[in-house]
Design a protein around this ligand. Structure first.
Ligand SMILES: Cc1cc2nc3c(=O)[nH]c(=O)nc-3n(C[C@H](O)[C@H](O)[C@H](O)COP(=O)(O)OP(=O)(O)OC[C@H]3O[C@@H](n4cnc5c(N)ncnc54)[C@H](O)[C@@H]3O)c2cc1C
Length: 189
């Protein structure tokens, strides 16, 4: 009863194969049961969701760092109107804004990691980390790509691939709208 669907062609994350998996009336021997008891699969899966969302947030923070580092390096070498792009006020302000966001994101995610290690990372905090860092990641990468000019649109530049790879962060692991619903539920319950 198990079958794998075709490989899906994605906008980004090209090195990661993605396919649908179909389970139609599959029988699993009792000896192969994962976890404590039959019928608790979904509950067990739910318990791991804060961890999955934290992992996505860690990825977003790491990508922001790389995007900023790439952009600092690029704007140092690119000359416009007789001076390095990095010396222009707009570049400096944009980089400063990105650095501020990346620093705040890293501090928050560090705190979430500590909570996870202590076994107290709750659904709502993990949802905050997931939606906010993935949203900020897309924003930071977009600013960084803009500072690359036309080269930023070329896939041979890492920033273009980061742009394509980052977008799914706002969708998978539970969409960011669902993350906000989880947070709101915690506030209004
Ligand atoms: C590359 C990739 C890898 C993936 N990997 C996995 C995986 O390994 N395992 C797995 O199980 N899944 C995986 N997914 C699926 C992913 O988790 C879902 O696509 C995601 O949770 C969104 O669900 P959906 O696609 O059904 O969108 P929908 O639920 O159809 O959402 C469509 C839109 O409606 C909004 N929406 C839906 N419900 C509400 C609501 N109640 N209130 C407000 N807005 C709402 C959503 O936010 C979204 O904007 C993957 C998806 C992708 C793209």
């Amino acid at each position: 009863g198990f079958r794998r669907g075709r490989l899906l062609e994605k906008l980004g994350q090209k090195s990661l194969d993605t396919a649908e998996l179909f389970f139609d009336g599959v029988r699993v021997p009792a000896a192969n049961l994962l976890g404590e008891a039959e019928g608790r699969g979904f509950t067990q899966l739910m318990q791991q969701l804060p961890r999955e969302r934290l992992l996505i947030a860690v990825g977003a923070v790491a990508t922001m760092r790389r995007a900023i580092d790439e952009t600092v390096a690029y704007t140092r070498t690119r000359q416009v109107f007789g001076q390095p792009l990095i010396d222009m006020q707009n570049t400096r302000f944009k980089l400063a804004e990105c650095e501020t966001v990346a620093t705040i994101a890293a501090r928050f995610v560090d705190d979430c990691i500590t909570r996870q290690l202590e076994g107290v990372l709750d659904l709502s905090t993990a949802a905050m980390a997931k939606w906010w860092t993935t949203q900020m990641n897309c924003q930071v990468i977009d600013e960084c790509l803009q500072l690359h000019g036309g080269y930023g649109y070329m896939l041979e530049y890492p920033i273009a691939r980061m742009y394509a790879d980052a977008r799914v962060g706002k969708i998978y692991g539970g969409s960011n709208e669902i993350m906000k619903e989880i947070i709101a539920r915690g506030m209004t319950a």
